[in-house]
Write a protein that binds this ligand. Sequence first.
Ligand SMILES: NCCCC(=O)O
Length: 670
Amino acid sequence: MVEHITESPPKIAFLGPGCSIAAAPVAETLPFWNVTQISFSLTSPDLSNKKKYPNIYRINPSETIHDPALLALTNFFKWERLFIIKHELRIFSSITESLHALLVEKKKSVDVIGFLNNPTSAIKSLKDKDARIVVLLMYENQARKIVCSAYQNGFYGSHIVWILRGWYSKKWWTVNDTQCTIEEIKKVITNVFYVDHVDYASDDAEVFGLTKSRFNEKYTELIRKKNSTIFKVNKYAPYGYDAVVMLARALNSTEESLRRMNKSLSDFTYARSDIAEVIKDNISNTDNIKGLTGVIKLDEQGDRIINVWLQQLQDYEVVDVALYCTENGSIELMPSKNFLWTDGRVPLDRRAKNDILLCISRPIFWWTTSASICGVFASFYFLWINIKQGSQRFFKMSTPPLNNLMIIGAIIAYIYVPLHGIKSCTMEVTVLNSILCKVDAFFISIAFSLVFGAIFMKTWRIYKIFTNVKLSKQLRFLTNKHLVVLVILLVIFDSIYLLIWNTVHPLQDRIEEVLVENHHAVNKVYFAHACTSPYYHQWFVGLVSYKGILMLFGMFLTWETRNVSFPGLNDSKYIGMCVYNIFIVTMVVLPVGMFTFKANVDAGYSITATSIIFCTTATLVLMFYTKIHLEKKTATTPTHPTMSVDKSVIGPTIARNAIGPSPTWKHCYP
Ligand SMILES: NCCCC(=O)O
């Protein structure tokens, strides 16, 4: 620029330069010499700033002309989630600003990722965010880097769409300046769109002696004769032609205007701002003249108004598939052209979501329900035996009232199993399910208190009998009535706890996301019904803690009385087995079932239901079947209660109390 300015004759106007990063400083400086500048290829939105660049006029449109066209393209395919990758140059930052503002105004989700030299982190970020629709704002050499990095990082496929600027050279991916081969790059650019302002008029009218087809022939011929590694067909060539035409016309009309003022263009010096103003006026007024690129219309910023092509790369050839009409915002589809997609479908802007509700399968539900029904019948049978045989020695010694409570607990536990699995399996929360949630919690909690509470009380009494010196005083509080009352107190405590829980933070049915499977084009999201409440975990831990403490204490008592062997306390061994059984099921199997439920509803429910049925049945069998068996056996061969205690194991205290049936024995086993 300085060379041109300093060399004679004085320059009235500049044509170019070709790239915004070179043109911006020129455009900022030329006004000091009163020189006008015409652009045929500068697209930076910054150059529309008339305060900063008062002397530049663009025969070509600004990049912002593509924004509404790109918006229309995304609307056409219902893409709402977009990613912009920009090269950190001023031109692309300003393009990004205007595009981002428009997309956000239209409620699109837009994520902008910038890069300077190494595109790897940008690509990794796209991959992490599962980007699908990616707009590239960069020169083509950087686009090749991006695409190569996408290949190297496996970020490509039929689900990804790239939207590029149409001013890249025709086969821009064939330039070998990356670490990828052309074939590798071609694997990435399977779904590519260009937004590209129109470069030729629709008709073949003559402009200054040349039609567009003749111009194109001459231009391509010229390029062909040149060194093909340097000279490539540039889409701005007809704009260059039109720029010269427009400038020539403007200078002609300027001369006319100046003549009326008794001035001439030949009077121009760098100090003649008056002449510069007339030139600028005449450029601004060259509206609606016909050029090779169509009718030339400039907006108030001196930028060209023109339609935009929406093009698609089909079989690695650019195809005009639709025309965006800038003035009315409509899209005109090209009748003979279709959008083509590598897998035959329009890619989605995000993984499709396929919601699947997991339900307990019918066979599993019916199997467990059948087992529970059998359990209920067995429980009633044991209840009947317990009541009927209550006066028989072995039943009587095992505390029939506690046994009754235990059987009632077992029945409730059995009923819990189908109740837990019967919840309606629809994609909506129902009132019935919420009621079942609450009932479930009451059932399992009360069942536990009745079954384990009864067993615990028995163990406790055995422990007291064999470890307490002042047995007579203590046993007054270990009568059947007292123990039954204690079990009922546990049930009351449970009920109060659950009532408060459900009043303060009611348990509700909810549909929870339990698993997400990421497939290429679709996200399978699995849901299941779950009972939950605010502060669920805190409430749950509270309930389980007190039951856990009771259970640990029960374990301790069972361990302490493990060597007691006395036919009068014939079920102590079985009580111990029940306690271990309940402990393992409650502490290990049930939590496994709860956690498995999240990954596999059927497996989770099966584990939970089976463990409850097994644990309850084992308890009933151990506590009652053995007694029935013993009762039958002793009915045929009468035996006399004897007591044997392994003194070395149970220690002196137990041994001392275990010398013989105490007079207070009757208090305990009336
Ligand atoms: N329109 C292609 C060149 C971009 C620019 O530097 O203005």
